[in-house]
Design a protein around this ligand. Structure first.
Ligand code: PLP
Length: 410
């Protein structure tokens, strides 16, 4: 008989060495601790509509409930046919050509599909271009898949559009794919068609796959219009990601989709890999798939929230006004999504560690935000504010931020 090992240490896998997701990181732990002590924390850190009193359209809730009895079994690993058919139609309307039912994968939120799409593609050392700032799941998922995230800068002085020179300069022989997040989290930028055309041209020239995260495509303000990257790139392999979490306010259902378009004949092996990963997780949550068809086909109540007088629009306006009134704070007015990404002028606020800053803000003012470096922004001079709370709560929160920052000024 062999000897028993007595004291085994369990350490995390080396695969996680460069995997970082600060939105739910160490600062959140401190917030939980403070809550356990009995403090009430104003949480403007997560883009989750439901806790802020946003409700899902009634008809999609009814669809899920009505179909619950028939949603007990596993389904096809790509998802239910009526839901995938609705997704196909949606992309036809958005001008994406050649999408077939077999090109649609339903997932437990966009999050699962992002990880699957990168795991299926990347070998160790393959590079993926990701915007800075980004939604950090993209960077984390590239690292987890053995790839190397390479960040291209978005330019705050140009409405946070991608800096195309920087993007072009960062393409190498190892670059496999280029990620676009539009409308953008955390900046709220919505890219004009011409900017997207130039990004597509770079992907075309260098043989890159395009990954377009369009989860906020219906949350648009003012005159912003959304163009699907894939609509401009019929000759480039595109994976477009979207879902129900934001526009239909059911983030907890975990319901999203991925659509493949472009020259699929050159991606047969990759898509086979994606099929393997989809099969390994059997299928996405079936009850939530029943929400997709009526969500996409029904009355788009999100429009009432983003048009003038709509709740999301008013909150975006008020948050932006209040933030830009703080001395030394500037902010590009968000054209989409549910965030503001203000800049703290380093001459006024000499911040060295922005995680420390949000931790101090939490402890002093019981307000929880996420630091800009949590979105892979390279300088400690930005914060992300979620614009989901009602106006009075935003006023309270940004008032606390202003008071706190007074103590940080030079
Ligand atoms: N992509 C972006 C840009 C996001 O902001 C989020 C959530 O905040 C996600 C993806 C994840 O969405 P899901 O709930 O579909 O997993």
């Amino acid at each position: 008989a062999g000897a028993y090992r007595t004291s085994m240490e369990f350490t995390q896998s080396a695969k996680l060495a460069n995997v970082c997701y600060d939105i739910r990181g160490p600062v959140l732990k401190e917030a939980k601790r403070l809550e356990e002590e009995g403090h009430r924390i104003l949480k403007l850190n997560i883009g989750n509509p439901a806790p802020f009193g946003f409700e899902a359209p009634e008809e999609i809730l009814q669809d899920v409930v009505r179909n619950l009895p028939t949603a007990q079994g596993y389904c096809d690993s790509k998802g239910l046919l009526p839901a995938r058919r609705a997704v196909v139609q949606y992309y036809q309307q958005k001008g994406v050509s050649g999408v077939d039912i077999e090109d649609v994968y339903l997932g437990n939120g966009v999050s699962e599909l992002i990880v699957m799409a990168l795991q299926a593609l990347l070998d160790d050392g393959d590079e993926v271009l990701i915007p800075a700032p980004d939604y950090p799941l993209w960077t984390a998922a590239v690292s987890l898949s053995g790839g190397t995230p390479v960040h291209y800068l978005c330019d705050e002085r140009s409405d946070w559009y991608p800096d195309l020179d920087d993007l072009a300069a960062k393409i190498t022989d190892r670059t496999k794919a280029l990620v676009v997040i539009n409308p953008n989290n955390p900046t709220g930028a919505v890219y004009p068609r011409e900017v997207l055309e130039r990004i597509v041209e770079l992907a075309r020239q260098h043989g890159l796959a395009l990954f377009s995260d369009e989860i906020y495509d219906k949350i648009l303000y003012d005159d912003a219009e959304h163009t699907s990257t894939a609509a401009l790139a019929p000759d480039v392999l595109c994976l477009t990601f979207n879902g129900l979490s934001k526009a239909y306010r059911v983030a907890g259902f975990r319901s999203g989709w991925l659509v493949v378009s472009g020259p699929k004949q050159h991606a047969a092996s990759y898509l086979e890999g994606l099929d393997i990963l989809a099969s390994m997780r059997l299928c996405a949550n079936v009850p939530a798939q029943h929400a997709i068809q009526s969500a996409l086909g029904g009355y788009q109540s999100i429009n009432d929230l983003v048009l003038p007088g709509g709740r999301l629009r008013e909150q975006r306006d008020r948050a932006w006004e209040l933030l830009t009134e703080i001395p030394g704070v500037s902010c590009v007015k968000p054209k989409g999504a549910i965030y503001a990404f203000p800049r703290l002028d380093p001459k006024v606020y000499p911040i060295r560690d922005d995680q420390r800053l949000v931790l101090d803000l939490l402890v002093q003012e019981k307000l929880l935000l996420v630091q800009g470096t949590g979105f892979n922004w390279p300088h400690p001079d930005h914060l992300r504010v979620v614009t989901l709370p009602r106006v009075d709560e935003l006023e309270d929160a940004i008032g606390r931020l202003a008071r706190f920052l007074t103590g940080y000024r030079q």
